[in-house]
Design a protein around this ligand. Structure first.
Ligand SMILES: Cc1ncc(COP(=O)(O)O)c(C=O)c1O
Length: 304
């Protein structure tokens, strides 16, 4: 990763190399923290962060679910999110917000350690590869189920939840695939390790409902709206993986992955084995919106 100049840490801009934490940082040991990922795009008329309000709202919701109190007002983090990009003279990039428990006591129940907050910006290209974005990626169903709501708060973007995601991702990569398809405990499709999933059949698009063991993706919500505005019927419904195999098109959404086509699942070719027309249309619509080319969705952009 290319270093940038500054990182926002606990209210101050500190040098990239100085933004360090103590080895006794509580979250490092137990994974109890929350984070966000959002992107800033170079638009036709400046630079803008995509759905910053929604991402920050999810950060505060995640913290509320974990009973962590973020020691800053949302407006402060909004201003700092724009400022970190300006300070680093970045016209575009990925933004990571993280709220974690600092050092002090090591007991699980400590309530006295400081709650720390950081915002980091870095350059991040296509998460699943430029070629994947164009031609589609290959998925493998994971042997790990997505965390059930009885066990983990899936609506919180919590640090520790990603042990489950990383196990699935590593398993898929080691088997030669690009990404893991994760099922819920009942065997129905949930999502991928860091993306939501969509199926296309004719003019109907399906994605797993918010009531599933999924993170309520902000890209998911945006693409649902874009698809409905383009005249597609979008159903939020559960489906088994059989229906993924037989879909005309499959694609994934996420801040990092943007809108990525899927060309193969568990050694079965999907549709024509390349990015399908609906996927390409929605991908193009998404990129137009995030790059400020479609004024209809201007309210989704926070210009720096
Ligand atoms: C597990 C998981 N599901 C889905 C998503 C997609 O969410 P979003 O579109 O808000 O980035 C992410 C990424 O944040 C994720 O980590």
């Amino acid at each position: 990763m290319k270093k940038q100049d500054k990182i926002w840490l606990d209210g101050k801009f500190v040098d990239w190399d100085q933004a360090q934490v103590h080895i006794l940082t509580h979250t490092l040991h137990y994974g109890f923290g929350v984070f966000e990922g959002t992107r800033c795009y170079k638009c036709v008329d400046g630079s803008a962060i995509f759905r910053l309000d929604e991402h920050l709202q999810r950060l505060y919701n995640s913290a509320q679910i974990l009973t962590l109190e973020i020691p800053y007002a949302q407006e402060d983090l909004e201003a700092a999110s724009c400022e970190i990009l300006r300070v680093n003279k970045m016209e575009e990039g990925y933004l990571r917000h993280i709220v974690f428990i600092g050092e002090g006591e090591m007991g699980l129940g400590t309530m006295t350690n400081p709650i720390r907050t950081a915002i980091i910006a870095w350059a991040w290209g296509a998460y699943l590869g430029e070629e994947g974005l164009k031609k589609g990626i290959r998925l493998k169903t994971s042997s790990y189920a997505r965390l059930p709501v009885q066990v983990f708060p899936t609506k919180a973007k919590a640090v520790g939840n990603y042990v489950n995601s990383i196990l699935a991702k590593r398993e898929a990569l080691k088997a030669g695939y690009d990404e893991a398809l994760m099922l819920d405990l009942s065997g129905y499709v949930a999502e991928c390790s860091g993306e939501n999933i969509f199926l296309v059949n004719n003019q109907t698009i399906r994605t797993t409902p918010e009531s599933s063991s999924i993170l309520n993706g902000i890209t998911r919500k945006s693409v649902i709206q874009l698809a409905r505005d383009q005249g597609y019927t979008v159903l939020e419904t559960t489906f088994p993986r059989d229906e993924v195999y037989t879909a005309d098109e499959v694609f994934l959404t996420g801040t990092a992955a943007e809108v990525t086509p899927v060309r193969e699942v568990d050694n079965r070719q999907i549709g024509a084995g390349k990015a399908g027309p609906a996927t390409l249309a929605l991908q193009a619509a998404f990129f137009d919106v995030v790059k400020g080319k479609n004024k209809k969705y201007k309210q989704w952009l926070t210009y720096l």
